[in-house]
Design a protein around this ligand. Structure first.
Ligand SMILES: Cc1cc2nc3c(=O)[nH]c(=O)nc-3n(C[C@H](O)[C@H](O)[C@H](O)COP(=O)(O)OP(=O)(O)OC[C@H]3O[C@@H](n4cnc5c(N)ncnc54)[C@H](O)[C@@H]3O)c2cc1C
Length: 415
């Protein structure tokens, strides 16, 4: 039986999903809107839960070759420089969770997944194909792209990010299919009030005092900065988040930004932090948009169409778990498909049932991560009494506050 799944979007989530589904024995047509598979020049942290997914796909060596494995997470006051708390990462993470904590250039993460997908004969990658509309039929799904082509599959998974087109179809819900019923309205993504400035610098270009193999988070009123090594530790990724108005292209991840403007906005900070910000010459600006935490499984799937990653649950980056949740979604779908194939590989896959199982099993964890990310943002940027309370709590139980066993021991296996 020829089982074909369509995936809209070839970012970290969509590419991971192509690997997971092809390994389960399914054919995959992946549609990506851009002319090449590429990622912006920025880093991401991959907690042990995300590394577990990559390791299960046999990608540990590929990850080892390009990622960095920071020794610890250190939180410092952005003005005084005081160390507020510390959590040992790499070795401790291996001991507690069986996987290390990694930090990686986004382009390297995508490349690892792309190479794995390209090695699978069941995966066909289509570039310059932007999904425009979705039509669900009794025995399949049809996707019309901007180029005018139609793609037909047994099921569709939207991995098309924050501004997802596939989401519109899913959120129309069953009511949308009943004449006379108004489909439930989906709210558009909302601006968080936070803007991220992102940049990178080679360790070789830094003085010894600024070179680092740790994750450092600097907290100040209405701002925070996170820095960590990527690309085998050869580069340092820096992200500075400030509060402000929506600026630049809201859908753009790479608006031009100036270092002078960032330094002015950040104001007087600890000299070591200022020196690091000054060392980065090229900055890009990223207005942070999200959606409120998911409120039910209906935001994950409808019939033969499902959503994964940011298309379903975009989040603020303050738990560093958006890509990790996209990978967890992909892994879960792969496991469920594998189980369906193992039960009877000749029978058609009951996609609507499989997607309901996925949606019921995933939405609460994704919602919890979204909610935690929002509250972390408030704590990171705290001023006054809340800032005092945060600092006191961190000095008393920093380890407990920074470690997340419920998260890092995932993903839960629903198969
Ligand atoms: C400042 C910042 C820091 C972050 N740090 C971390 C971190 O440390 N750790 C972490 O895990 N996460 C982090 N994240 C979150 C992470 O970047 C996202 O959650 C992750 O990229 C989501 O992956 P995705 O594949 O779901 O979506 P995306 O990465 O948005 O990929 C979507 C893909 O779909 C394509 N596409 C869009 N529309 C269509 C269409 N209609 N048809 C075809 N293709 C389409 C796009 O071109 C793109 O390739 C951070 C985010 C930000 C903003």
């Amino acid at each position: 039986m020829n089982k074909l799944v369509l995936i809209a979007g070839g970012g970290i989530g969509g590419m991971g999903l192509a690997v997971a589904l092809s390994r389960a024995g399914l054919n995959v047509d992946l549609l990506e809107q851009t002319p090449e598979f590429s990622e912006v020049g920025a880093g991401i942290q991959l907690g042990p839960n995300a590394v577990r997914v990559l390791s299960d796909w046999g990608l540990s060596n590929a990850l080892q070759a390009v990622a960095a494995f920071p020794d610890r997470l250190r939180v410092r006051d952005a003005h005084q420089g005081t160390v507020l708390g510390e959590l040992a990462l790499s070795e401790r993470s291996r001991q507690l969770y069986g996987q290390p904590y990694a930090t990686i250039h986004r382009a390297d993460a995508l490349q690892v997944l792309l190479q794995a997908a390209q090695a699978e004969p069941r995966v066909t990658l289509h570039l310059k194909e932007r999904a425009r509309s979705v039509c669900e039929l009794p025995d399949g799904v049809n996707v019309l792209t901007e180029s005018g082509r139609h793609y037909m599959g047994d099921a569709l998974i939207g991995c098309d990010g924050l501004w997802s087109v596939v989401r519109r179809h899913v959120m129309a819900g069953p009511a949308g299919l009943v004449p006379g019923n108004d489909p439930p309205l989906d709210i558009p993504p909302r601006f968080s009030g936070h803007i991220a400035y992102r940049g990178m610098v080679a360790q070789a270009d830094l003085p010894d005092s600024l070179r680092t193999q740790s994750v450092t988070a600097w907290f100040g009123p209405k701002l925070h900065v996170v820095q960590y090594p990527v690309r085998r530790g050869e580069l340092v990724n820096v992200v500075a988040v400030v509060e402000g108005r929506q600026t630049g292209n809201p859908q753009g991840w790479s608006n031009d930004a100036s270092r002078t403007e960032l330094l002015q906005t950040i104001g007087a900070v600890h000299p070591q932090l200022r020196d690091m910000l000054e060392a980065v010459t090229l900055w890009k600006l990223w207005p942070l948009n999200d959606r409120p935490p998911m409120t039910g499984p209906y935001e994950h799937a409808q019939g033969r169409v499902a959503l994964a990653g940011d298309a379903a649950h975009p989040m603020r980056p303050y738990l560093a778990q958006g890509a990790a949740m996209a990978l967890e979604d992909a892994w879960t779908l792969g496991r469920l498909a594998q189980k369906a194939q193992a039960t009877d590989s000749a029978a058609p896959i009951p996609w609507a049932d499989l997607f309901q199982r996925y949606a019921n099993g995933r939405w609460q964890r994704n919602a919890r991560v979204q909610a935690n990310s929002i509250s972390n943002g408030k704590v990171f940027h705290a001023d006054g009494l809340l800032r005092w309370g945060r600092n006191a709590a961190m000095s008393l139980m920093g380890n407990t506050l920074m470690d997340k066993p419920w998260l890092y021991s995932g993903p839960p296996d629903l198969a």
